[in-house]
Ligand binder design. Structure first.
Ligand code: ZN
Length: 203
């Protein structure tokens, strides 16, 4: 992708990050968002590490490879990707996603605490927001234990991957949600948060 294209991706990621930060889902410097730039080889634009996600600019983006490592040839080679970029890349590779959202929102962490084997959601109109049926459909959002090793998290994700369920909860940590593009990933994230809150408050 050209530098201009990368800057456009950075601007889109910054705008989405500000939106999520405003919802209280990227507190401190937590969370990160990515967009798939290319697939052969896999390249992702990921928000930089260690910066307030409500204050990102279009240049606060780093290009990573399939392992989540920064590639040497990019506009800001000194920028650091989050270690979590490795899981973004694994999700993009396995699911074919065009964008991955990772936020430290409370609802999935509470839900994983209550249902460590997976969060079952059914019979709710908002399931349509994740491409599922409002009736006669059961979506189980996988829960994996937290780890600082992205290859461990990636293997756990892949073991439980269902192409019809575009979300993964990491216990005592946060959630990953993905989609064809950043907008779809955002919509799914918002709908999932609603669903998890419903599940928690009606259990
Ligand atoms: Zn995280």
């Amino acid at each position: 992708m050209s530098a201009v294209g990368l800057r456009e991706a950075g601007a889109a990621l910054a705008a989405e990050s500000a939106r999520f930060a405003g919802l209280g889902w990227m507190r401190g410097t937590s969370g990160n968002l990515s967009m798939t730039l290319g697939r052969d080889p896999l390249r992702l634009a990921v928000t930089v590490s260690g910066v307030d996600k409500g204050e990102l600019g279009a240049d606060d983006v780093v290009v990573v490879d399939a392992a989540g490592a920064a590639v040497p040839d990019q506009p800001n080679p000194a920028s650091r990707p989050s270690a979590e970029a490795g899981l973004h890349a694994r999700i993009a590779e396995v699911s074919g996603a065009g964008a991955v959202v990772h936020v430290h929102m409370m609802a999935p962490v509470l839900a994983a605490q209550r249902w460590p084997d997976g969060v079952v959601l059914r019979d709710l109109e908002m399931l349509k927001g994740l491409g599922r049926g409002a009736h006669g459909d059961v979506m189980t959002v996988p829960v994996v234990p937290n780890s600082q090793d992205m290859s461990v998290l990636g293997a756990a994700f892949e073991a439980g991957f269902d192409p019809a369920t575009p979300a993964l909860i990491v216990a005592r940590h946060g959630v990953y949600v993905w989609g064809e593009d950043l907008r779809q990933a955002r919509h799914r994230t918002e709908c999932l948060e609603w669903l998890l809150r419903f599940a928690l408050e009606t259990d």
